[in-house]
Design a protein around this ligand. Structure first.
Ligand code: CP
Length: 335
């Protein structure tokens, strides 16, 4: 019996135990890949990848992950499929589900990915929306575990996110508090995480023993940080707000060597990328010895492999050799 599809729209859809399992799967798949021994766990499987916005890391990591696992990925660009234009989302979700084993979707609106998932009969994976970026933050936690101080338990890690309350900030706040970590968001009051997000993160922290701090005091926010993380201060569609945003964040919230010097000596710098160099972070920091941004990018590949295996592998049909031979015989009879 094929299990019902599990979607990955939000880390909140997944228990802490399941996230730990995905992180362990990532560790094993990364090690296997480094030995050139990535198992073909998704042989014959296909992933449909819908992108309403450009992507470097998400697109490449999902496509390469499918190839390494023995499967195949299709890049489905707006204008090249009918999503929401000449065909409604429900029909598109139903039709694509009949042909692929999972759908990855980066959509402008969170409601679109929710509608895809509500109507798909295969797993749907959120590749970033205007609300969150769950696949990015699984990668981020995995990267933190690799780069933490030796022996430091995950529950003692302190993560400080500086800057706008972006979709990455939203997901990072959720996963860190789910995993029992200490999460701080440092931003001017106007750009701090909204109350709706804080309610979810506070409930997570209460259940996990983690904590949530929201502050405009960036110096204090980095004082005990193991990881200092930032993201873009504005995104496509926010061009009119650039002067106001620049005034609000610059210079206090720019991650500079001087700001990083206020963090413990072992603290590492993280960024989901793409970065606006010289805006939210200086070249000296992003190219400096404390930056782990390229390890973070590479880990998108390994965490996508784990997520794909976790969601697709239990649903693959494994016919017995007798059943496979039976079908082959019938087909060959008509050739
Ligand atoms: N971090 C991230 O999602 O990068 P892309 O936009 O390049 O996919």
């Amino acid at each position: 019996m094929i299990p019902a599809p599990r979607h990955f729209i939000d880390t909140q859809d997944v228990s802490r135990e399941e996230l730990l399992q995905i992180l362990e799967l990532t560790r094993l798949l990364k090690a296997a890949d480094k030995d050139g021994a990535c198992p073909k766990l998704l042989a014959g499987a296909s992933l449909g990848m819908i992108f309403e916005e450009p992507s470097t890391r998400t697109r490449i990591s999902f496509e390469v992950a499918m190839t390494k696992l023995g499967g195949h990925a299709l890049y489905l660009k707006p204008g090249e499929i009918h999503l929401g234009e000449r065909e409604n989302i429900r029909d598109t979700a139903q039709v694509i589900s009949r042909m692929v084993d999972a759908i990855e979707a980066r959509t402008l609106k969170h409601a679109t990915v929710l509608e895809l998932a509500a109507n798909a009969t295969v797993p749907v994976i959120n590749g970033l929306t205007d609300y969150n970026h769950p696949t990015q933050v699984v990668c981020d936690v995995f990267t933190m575990l690799e780069h933490r101080e030796a022996g430091k338990p995950m529950e003692e890690l302190r993560v400080t996110f500086i800057g706008d309350a972006t979709n990455v900030c939203s997901s990072l706040m959720m996963i860190c508090t789910q995993m029992g970590m200490r999460f701080t968001h440092a931003a001017p009051e106007r750009y701090q995480a909204p109350e709706a997000w804080r309610r979810i993160a506070r409930a997570n922290a209460e259940a996990s023993g983690g904590s949530l701090t929201i502050t405009d005091d960036v110096a204090t926010a980095v004082r005990d940080a193991d990881f200092v993380y930032t993201d873009l201060w504005w995104w496509i569609g926010q061009e009119a707000e650039i002067p106001a945003r620049r005034d609000a964040f610059m210079p206090a919230y720019q991650v500079t060597e001087a700001l990083l010097a206020r963090a413990p000596a072992h603290a590492k710098f993280m960024h989901c990328l793409p970065a606006s160099r010289g805006v939210e972070v200086t070249d000296a920091v992003i190219d400096g010895p404390r930056s782990i941004v390229y390890d973070q990018s590479e880990n998108r590949l390994h965490t996508e492999k784990a997520l794909l295996v976790h969601l697709i592998h239990p649903r693959l049909k494994r016919p017995s050799p007798e059943l496979a031979a039976h079908h082959r015989g019938l087909i060959e009879n008509v050739l």
